[in-house]
Ligand binder design. Structure first.
Ligand code: MTE
Ligand code: MO
Length: 384
């Protein structure tokens, strides 16, 4: 593998692994803007960043179980209607380090910032699939296609030197309301190399692993993608499963993200003066569910107050009419609390389906350390 052609990165990123490059912003920086700036957006890679230098000759091929496979240039894609979708992308491994404290898990360590909220610009996959004769809202094609596989150009050791890949159900790919994009822009700029230049999939509401970067081809297939990251990784196992008794085929690949939130204005253990402080952070759910409520406790969960939620920085809102859309995007939250001495501050979110985060990480511990969505706790000690 060649790591000599990596792009430059922001010096404030916390590097969790250098090769492949895995890094997240500082907690406090993450919630200073509703739209995460590209250079502060977490970067999650499984190999070196590919170099695509001849953009004129770049083509993404659409094939597999289709009558007439096609190849699309960037110009072809730009000619399709362009959509801007604001969506939070979150790695399934977000908050893994905290899960490791219960029992060791396998995987890159992450604090609470392995996610970001961006405005992705590109063509809708449902429009692109029409070009190969698959109409909107198709669940199965006449040739038996039921899944759409995204194959990248980056090679990774987990795939035995093969490309990173993943799939989503055709039903979701052909549903315009699912907002699955072939994105060529991030926050109004050309997608950069770290985030998938020139073209990536963006699958809103689903764990980051399915939003394949550096797309090379898109295949219509009859069963879900058999790649490593679909079949031997990113599956949720119960706490009783360990590396000796694991049977990967018993579980489905994880798709939608559950409800999540984290406090970002304080570190896990922090010091603060007694009295009023502002606790802030993010809350987001998967599958197109918005956030209904964020609860804050400063007494270890005995009593709770509701935080303000907002999408525009410094404009906290109470009325649900003010929210632009939290279907795919996070909300930030803020609560002014009276801090007792040595407080245990907790945040937990409730989504629009009334799903609540689990209380304890022990109950959702899993050997790959994914989906740590347990109540987020920070301990605040008295400032001297
Ligand atoms: N796509 C390719 N080709 N290679 C990768 O390593 N990582 C996936 C996904 N798509 C990955 C990929 C994972 S696990 C996540 S969480 C997101 O990309 C991260 O996207 P980002 O680096 O743009 O934040
Ligand atoms: Mo991920």
């Amino acid at each position: 593998s060649d790591y000599s052609l990596e792009p430059p990165r922001h010096p404030s990123l916390k590097i969790n692994s250098k090769e492949p490059f895995n890094a997240e912003p500082q907690r406090t920086a993450l919630v200073t803007s509703y739209i995460t700036p590209v250079d502060l957006f977490y970067k999650r890679n499984h190999g070196p960043i590919p170099v695509v230098d001849d953009i004129e000759r770049f083509r993404v091929s659409i094939g597999g179980l289709v009558e007439k496979p096609i190849q699309l240039s960037m110009d072809d894609l730009r000619k399709l209607p362009k959509y801007n979708v604001t969506a939070t992308l979150q790695c399934a491994g977000n908050r893994r380090t905290a899960m490791s404290k219960t029992r060791t898990v396998k995987g890159v360590g992450w604090d609470v910032a392995a996610l970001g909220n961006a405005t992705w610009g590109g063509a809708k996959l449902s429009d692109v699939l029409e070009l190969v004769g698959i109409s909107k809202l198709t669940a199965v094609t006449s040739l038996g296609g039921r899944h759409v596989e995204f194959v990248s150009v980056d090679k990774c050791k987990e795939e035995n030197g093969g490309p990173y890949k993943a799939s989503i159900p055709l039903r979701q790919a052909t549903n315009p309301d699912a907002d699955v994009l072939l994105a060529y822009e991030m926050n109004g700029e050309v997608l950069n190399r770290d985030h998938g230049y020139p073209l990536r999939g963006v699958v809103p509401g689903v764990i980051g692993a399915r939003s394949v970067k550096w797309l090379d081809s898109i295949n219509i297939i009859n069963e879900e993608c058999q790649g490593f990251f679909m079949q031997k990784d990113y599956k949720m196992f119960p706490p009783s499963v360990n590396w000796d008794n694991i049977n990967w085929s018993t579980r489905k690949p994880q798709m939608d993200f559950p409800v999540q939130c984290a406090i970002c204005s304080l570190e896990d253990v922090d010091v603060a003066k007694q009295g009023k402080i502002t606790v802030s952070g993010y809350a987001v759910s998967g599958g197109g569910r918005g956030i209904e409520r964020v609860d804050i406790s400063v007494d270890g969960g005995k009593t709770w107050t509701e935080a303000l939620r907002y999408q525009k920085i410094n404009v906290p809102y109470i009325s649900d009419d003010d929210i632009s859309s939290d279907k795919w995007a996070w909300v930030l939250f803020q609560a002014d609390v009276d801090l007792p001495e040595n407080a245990d501050i907790i945040a937990k979110a409730v989504d629009t389906a009334a799903n609540v985060q689990p209380e304890n990480v022990e109950d959702i511990w899993n050997l790959r350390g994914i989906l740590n969505t347990s109540w987020h706790r920070v301990r605040v000690k008295k400032a001297l």
